[in-house]
Design a protein around this ligand. Sequence first.
Ligand SMILES: *[C@@H]1O[C@H](CO)[C@@H](O)[C@H](O)[C@H]1NC(C)=O
Ligand SMILES: *[C@@H]1O[C@H](CO)[C@@H](O)[C@H](O)[C@H]1NC(C)=O
Ligand SMILES: *[C@@H]1O[C@H](CO)[C@@H](O)[C@H](O)[C@H]1NC(C)=O
Ligand SMILES: *[C@@H]1O[C@H](CO)[C@@H](O)[C@H](O)[C@H]1NC(C)=O
Ligand SMILES: *[C@@H]1O[C@H](CO)[C@@H](O)[C@H](O)[C@H]1NC(C)=O
Ligand SMILES: *[C@@H]1O[C@H](CO)[C@@H](O)[C@H](O)[C@H]1NC(C)=O
Length: 355
Amino acid sequence: MVIAFLVLLLQFFGYVNGGDDEIHNLKGCDIYHGTWIYDDSYPLYNSSECFHLNMHFDCQQNGRPDKEYLKYRWKPYACNLPRFNGKDFLERLRNKRIAFVGDSISFNQWQSLTCILHSHHRHVAFIGGIRHHGFSKFTFPNHNVTILLLWNPFLVENESTSYGRVLNLSSIADSDATLWQQSDVLVFNSWLWWLQSGTATPWDFIADGNDLHKDMDRLVAYEKALTTWAQWVESNIDFHKTLVFFRGDAARHPNGSAWGNYDGKHCGEETEPIFKAKIPLMKIRGEEIVERVISKMSKAVKLMNITMLSQLRKDGHPGLYASPRHHGMDCSHWCLPGVPDTWNQLFYAELLRSL
Ligand SMILES: *[C@@H]1O[C@H](CO)[C@@H](O)[C@H](O)[C@H]1NC(C)=O
Ligand SMILES: *[C@@H]1O[C@H](CO)[C@@H](O)[C@H](O)[C@H]1NC(C)=O
Ligand SMILES: *[C@@H]1O[C@H](CO)[C@@H](O)[C@H](O)[C@H]1NC(C)=O
Ligand SMILES: *[C@@H]1O[C@H](CO)[C@@H](O)[C@H](O)[C@H]1NC(C)=O
Ligand SMILES: *[C@@H]1O[C@H](CO)[C@@H](O)[C@H](O)[C@H]1NC(C)=O
Ligand SMILES: *[C@@H]1O[C@H](CO)[C@@H](O)[C@H](O)[C@H]1NC(C)=O
């Protein structure tokens, strides 16, 4: 009784760590179902103070004239997202290793997370910045927290052989897999590279078991690869030690007809989110596959269901304001600060309810 009263008193004065009420509220809340609202206290950091931010994502520096896109906050209908607390994040993850595994959209999210954390805590060590292979590593030595990016756009093996480049849908790349096993938190994704076509196709053959194909239905290939990944994760990851997330596919906005702008406009002229869709938003083709594969897994792999909330952000891409070296319209990656900061706030919320 006395203790309960003390706890109440402490809560009243806001002393109970990390806002236990806040965490309690998050527990049953669908944090991915909500709306974007304008909030003048955003963005979470200043891009020119994030020393390792890749130029490609720094839209303001690249001359983007509008600023409203920096100011939106995600509001779940059923609860409030906690504001990102970098100090608490580093404390919770002390002595842990987080790895993002995927393509340049994973790089986008990794850059966002490390920029947010760096704005809270300046003592860091950074290796890498390699965008198209290998890994990047960001360390907070005082907390012994490491945040890795492991470049791996397919999750399955991509092998150079005497007869050409083979993407093997039945096999996981061993070299990366060891690093996956050594991580405490894993955030996987794979999607955009499955859509490459023509001369950009990054393989000569697709192997399905021992069968070699010149090409195949990409959605079928994607589902087979994710299934191989799922089987590997279930039999090789120790779920007592490691939290596993799959970040849902991010949206692209190359064609305005998807949001009722029928004169063929792309993301480039968009300066605000979709608040009320003029037409029903189409499900992204990969999304159902991700949901299906993950729902069949017996172990607790959590889906970060960011697809729909990203679909609403037709204003979030660099468009013409990717790096000066980039020619043309980028409606696939995301400006930073920007939408990936919200993915990381959701990631933080997921960690609060899991750790
Ligand atoms: C961002 O940081 C730069 C360099 O420290 C500073 O000049 C600029 O005023 C800051 N911008 C904002 C919006 O705070
Ligand atoms: C730092 O963290 C790693 C795991 O990421 C762990 O293996 C190591 O023992 C930690 N170092 C110290 C000094 O605690
Ligand atoms: C496939 O692997 C080769 C060599 O291992 C590498 O150079 C290439 O970038 C990889 N392709 C993709 C799409 O990751
Ligand atoms: C693809 O990987 C599977 C599983 O490791 C293997 O049995 C098969 O031989 C590989 N296919 C090719 C064409 O290398
Ligand atoms: C945009 O999509 C519409 C409807 O699918 C299609 O008719 C049009 O050709 C597309 N425009 C571009 C520029 O790809
Ligand atoms: C992901 O979110 C969308 C939109 O809110 C919803 O339709 C879908 O059912 C969600 N998927 C899962 C697995 O929760």
